[in-house]
Design a binder for this molecule. Structure first.
Ligand code: GLU
Ligand code: ZN
Length: 292
């Protein structure tokens, strides 16, 4: 029998440089794909111009190459795929899945989940800014994560109607990610546990759009001493261009892969070859966070 096809991906948002937390995600998704003789794709999620940092996309790609993390095929940029997203919005509108929400931020204060006020607005209102929201069914979407266990959200109770297109016109992450994962035939998604509670939204959209659901694995997220996820906002340092092998080895240790002694003195290509050959995803800590 031919080996089962595996297509994985790393999908950074160009909101800053890669840091140790994003390197961990890149390394884990890379090793998981390569250990399965799979493809590893890179997609730049640049659909939020308000959060984008100039030059970050090319800096991220250069950093990946610097660490020996070479991808397959062409890099895809979400900013070049807006017409695909728009076509899907049109489909969802025709299916009656969306409505035009004109609520102000103030009107929504005090509501844990969106109260459904604008659900009857099925046509674009004139003279007032609107966001498109998905009208969620009253049901649960759940999945089993190999590291985090069973995770689900009960729509209508834990989670409400959610944004598909923002007031400024930008496409929401949930829609773009689901469409691109399907378009790129992604079979395995390895990403940070900070996205665990996004996954039920993705399952819902895959259901509505009759798209396949990939396997999901959510990695522990490295937190700082205050328990905050490492990110530019919490002061995570950009990766050093020195001692790259040491940084890879540190990430492998966090991932529970027991890097062998002396590996940090080898070139990055050797470190990654070792990591792929010895990759055991079941040894990754089964927690949503890892304290640094
Ligand atoms: N672009 C997202 C981020 O950088 C990741 C999306 C994903 O892996 O699904 O947080
Ligand atoms: Zn509303």
């Amino acid at each position: 029998m031919p080996p089962s096809p595996y297509i994985g991906r790393f999908a950074p948002s160009p909101t800053g440089l890669l840091h140790l937390g994003s390197l961990l995600t890149a390394v884990a998704s890379y090793c998981d794909a390569r250990a399965s003789q799979g493809k590893w794709l890179v997609r730049i999620e640049d659909i939020d111009p308000l959060r984008e940092v100039a030059g970050a996309s090319s800096a991220i790609l250069n950093t990946l190459e610097g660490f020996g993390l070479y991808w397959d095929d062409e890099v895809i940029f979400q900013s070049q795929r807006l017409s695909l997203y728009q076509d899907t919005i049109d489909t969802l509108l025709r299916q009656g899945r969306l409505f035009y929400c004109t609520c102000s931020r103030k009107q929504l204060i005090g509501h844990v989940i969106y109260p459904g006020t604008c659900r009857p607005q099925k046509r674009p209102p004139e003279g007032i800014a609107w966001a498109l929201k998905a009208e969620v069914p009253h049901r649960e979407y759940s999945f089993i994560d190999p590291l985090q266990g069973r995770f689900g959200l009960r729509f209508g109770e834990d989670a409400g109607d959610f944004v598909i297109q923002r007031k400024e016109g930008f496409i929401a992450y949930h829609l773009a990610v689901v469409l691109d994962d399907a378009a790129q035939n992604i079979t395995h998604i390895v990403r940070g546990a900070d996205l665990l509670d996004s996954t039920p939204y993705h399952l819902l959209l895959q259901d509505w759009l009759q798209l396949p659901t990939p396997h999901y694995m959510h990695l522990p997220v490295i937190t700082n001493t205050f328990g905050q996820k490492l990110s530019k906002q919490t002061g995570a340092m950009a990766l050093s261009t020195q001692q790259r092998s040491q940084q890879l080895v540190a990430v492998l240790a966090w991932l529970g892969q027991n890097p062998e002694a002396g590996l940090a003195q080898e070139p990055v290509s050797e470190v990654l070859a070792w990591a792929v050959a010895h990759w055991q995803s079941k040894n990754i800590p089964h927690h949503p966070t890892l304290a640094r």
